[in-house]
Design a protein around this ligand. Structure first.
Ligand code: HEC
Ligand code: HEC
Ligand code: HEC
Ligand code: HEC
Ligand code: HEC
Ligand code: HEC
Length: 502
């Protein structure tokens, strides 16, 4: 049957299947978004995935639906053109009450839509800055950081508060690097573990200092450390120390304390010899009157005028606090803590030693590790202490469960993440941390060293076995928990300790 050209050209170009499907699906998606949006407004903390659906996936569907409408019209127009039909615009007559109504309704709909787009855009922005977006959308890649984050003092601080500074240029920078990260995840190009230090987090002054008042005096911070030795009795040892974080407090005579590095009157610069910044052979400090002092690691060939290749970095919060939110704890530490609380039973012989061994046996996946931890401990006690194995079954079971828990929040074999991949820079026992500079070997040409005297940074006010501790308010000479070891006097703690010694 031949088509009637004149009746067809009266019809609007929008009357075609593609446009109709576009319109129906747009209304459909818009209604769901509206519904979820209202749900999100009034019901708190429903499901972290809801944000990604409401402000990410559904809007993409909606936009696709909306695009279908003009696309269909465009195709229809081309189709009619090919057939030689005339192109005619519809006649609009504002004296016609029907046309008036259509115009008012259209203006209303467009305004409403723009309003929702505005709110939606803001919500979408907010969502791309939320921990759920960072942690969940890149599930496997960020799992270690997302898990550790929930265990940290910053569990309620958004990822973006630390990872993205304030202002539009930071937003763009972070989204630019985010786009690259998305690419690397899609094409499986990312590093395992993710490399640190992260360059575009600096300077920390723009991130940490939004919440932490830079000149606040923290005074002294007390540390109550409880250790278990790897012998049959799991012999206990305690060390209590005052860390000189902020300015002077009686009865101790120290300078400005550890936060001295952050005092605006002087600055510390350094050049690292490796990408991870674990080796720092060259350090410069500048004082208020412009006085410079350059310290060189005497075990290296560098001099003040011949520094290592690399950029001079200004030391800031993150050069010490590199794990404020993602701490992957060393096995010796997490086992000590769990034993102190009784979750791992100190009554079981050689528990400390066996627990650390079980955690560090080397597993390819988390499932394999959880199984391996149970098998190892059951094998050890059933073979070496069959009676205890029978009588203290409950204690052993609880200890095993605790160890499995410790494993699953501190080890991520799929991403090659553990305490070894990300050494903590605060302290000096398990990784070099402060001793990257404070090892007594970083000297000026006059021979003045960056101090490694124990009393520079802390005072030990009590130490010994819990039942017989020696105490002194003015500070004791350190006694090494393993009394047979004299080596600590001449060597660095990290020459023997690596977090898995037990
Ligand atoms: C309190 C501040 C803070 C918060 C909150 C925070 N981070 Fe971090 N993040 C850091 C610092 C500091 C580093 C280490 C930077 C360095 O060494 O250069 C880091 C490093 C990382 C790394 C690199 C790998 C690693 O473990 O060092 C990833 C990935 C990461 N963060 C993801 C996240 C995610 C995802 C969230 C939210 C769930 C988050 N961060 C929240 C401060 C923070
Ligand atoms: C959005 C605000 C916010 C930002 C940004 C922030 N913090 Fe915090 N930080 C906090 C709050 C709140 C606490 C106290 C938590 C508590 O006591 O439970 C805290 C606690 C700490 C503590 C003490 C931890 C402890 O063990 O008690 C350290 C250290 C710290 N922050 C370092 C940092 C560093 C380094 C950065 C920058 C990478 C940073 N913070 C960024 C809010 C913030
Ligand atoms: C030279 C290393 C170093 C630098 C640089 C540094 N800190 Fe600290 N900070 C420490 C040490 C060490 C402690 C005590 C550690 C502990 O409590 O385990 C500490 C403690 C803190 C605490 C917790 C105090 C408390 O009461 O527990 C906060 C908050 C903090 N620092 C924030 C910052 C901020 C913000 C910056 C940057 C402006 C900064 N720090 C720079 C080494 C440093
Ligand atoms: C990048 C090198 C570097 C690192 C890392 C470093 N420091 Fe320092 N620190 C210095 C320099 C340089 C001085 C100044 C030495 C001097 O003037 O005698 C100094 C001085 C100090 C002082 C004496 C401040 C005063 O009152 O004069 C303390 C305390 C201190 N550091 C503690 C720490 C602690 C704790 C850590 C680890 C959390 C640490 N430092 C990490 C370079 C470093
Ligand atoms: C440059 C400053 C500095 C110097 C010098 C220093 N310490 Fe420390 N020490 C620290 C910091 C910071 C910590 C970490 C406290 C924490 O866990 O927050 C620490 C932790 C310790 C701990 C607890 C270890 C742990 O993590 O369980 C012992 C023990 C200790 N120091 C002994 C010594 C002895 C002995 C000396 C002298 C040979 C010494 N320190 C020199 C800064 C220093
Ligand atoms: C010559 C090797 C050696 C050196 C150097 C050394 N230690 Fe130890 N340390 C040991 C041994 C061995 C043990 C007992 C076995 C164990 O705990 O695994 C031990 C145990 C400890 C313990 C108690 C066990 C635990 O749970 O961690 C602490 C705390 C400790 N050392 C601190 C230090 C500090 C701080 C330094 C540096 C000032 C240091 N050690 C230097 C060998 C050493």
């Amino acid at each position: 049957m031949a088509e009637n050209p004149s009746s067809n050209s009266e019809k609007s170009y929008f009357q075609n299947w593609i446009s109709v499907i576009g319109a129906i699906s747009s209304i459909f998606f818009f209604s769901i978004i509206l519904f979820l949006f209202i749900l999100d407004l009034f019901v708190e903390g429903i499901n972290p995935y809801l944000g990604s659906v409401t402000y990410f996936f559904l809007p993409i569907c909606l936009i696709a639906g909306l695009l279908l409408i003009p696309l269909g019209a465009w195709r229809e127009r081309r189709r009619r053109h090919k057939k030689g039909q005339l192109h005619r615009f519809p006649l609009v007559d504002f004296n016609n009450p029907l046309h008036q109504k259509i115009a008012y309704v259209s203006i209303g709909v467009v305004t409403l839509f723009l309003l929702f787009t505005m709110v939606g855009t803001y919500k979408a922005y907010e969502f791309t800055e939320s921990p759920e977006f960072c942690g969940l959308l890149c599930h496997q890649v960020m799992a270690p950081e997302y898990t550790a984050y929930h265990e940290s003092p910053h569990a309620r601080v958004a990822c973006a508060s630390c990872h993205v500074g304030h202002g539009f240029d930071w937003y763009l920078r972070s989204k630019a690097s985010g786009t690259y990260q998305l690419y690397s995840i899609l094409f499986n190009k990312y590093h395992r573990p993710i490399e640190t230090p992260i360059k575009n987090m600096r300077p920390a002054r723009e991130t940490c200092e939004r919440c932490h008042w830079p000149s606040q005096n923290y005074g002294m911070v007390e540390k109550d450390l409880h250790y278990f030795l790897p012998d049959e009795q799991n012999t206990q040892w305690k060390t209590r120390m005052m860390l000189f974080v902020g300015g002077q407090s009686a009865p101790y005579q120290y300078g400005e304390g550890i936060h001295w590095h952050m005092n605006v009157n002087h600055q510390v610069f350094f050049i690292a010899a490796d990408k991870e910044q674990e080796k720092i052979p060259w350090v410069k400090s500048t004082g208020p009157n412009g006085k410079e002092e350059i310290y060189i690691d005497e075990d290296t060939q560098f001099t003040a005028s011949q520094p290592p290749a690399g950029v001079e970095e200004l030391m800031d919060c993150m050069d010490c606090h590199n794990r404020p939110s993602h701490q992957f704890r060393a096995p010796s530490r997490s086992v000590n803590e769990a034993m102190k609380l009784g979750f791992i039973a100190p009554a079981l012989p050689y528990m400390k030693r066996e627990a650390v061994k079980a955690l560090t046996a080397g597993y390819a996946t988390t499932e394999e590790a959880l199984e391996g931890i149970r098998m190892r401990l059951e094998k050890f006690y059933s073979e070496k202490y069959p009676e205890i194995f029978k009588e203290k079954k409950d204690q052993l079971n609880q200890s095993i469960q605790t160890l499995q828990q410790i494993y699953s929040v501190n080890f991520f074999p799929q991403m090659k993440v553990s305490w070894k991949a990300y050494p903590e820079h605060i302290g000096h026992m398990i990784s070099t941390g402060c001793f990257r500079c404070h090892d007594g070997k970083h000297k000026t040409t006059e021979g003045k060293a960056i101090s490694n005297k124990c009393e520079t940074c802390h005072a030990i006010v009590a130490q010994g076995p819990p039942e017989a501790m020696e105490t002194s308010m003015t500070g004791l000479e350190f006694r090494h928990p393993d009394q047979t070891e004299e080596g600590w006097k001449e060597m660095s703690c990290t020459d023997c300790h690596d977090g898995a010694l037990a």
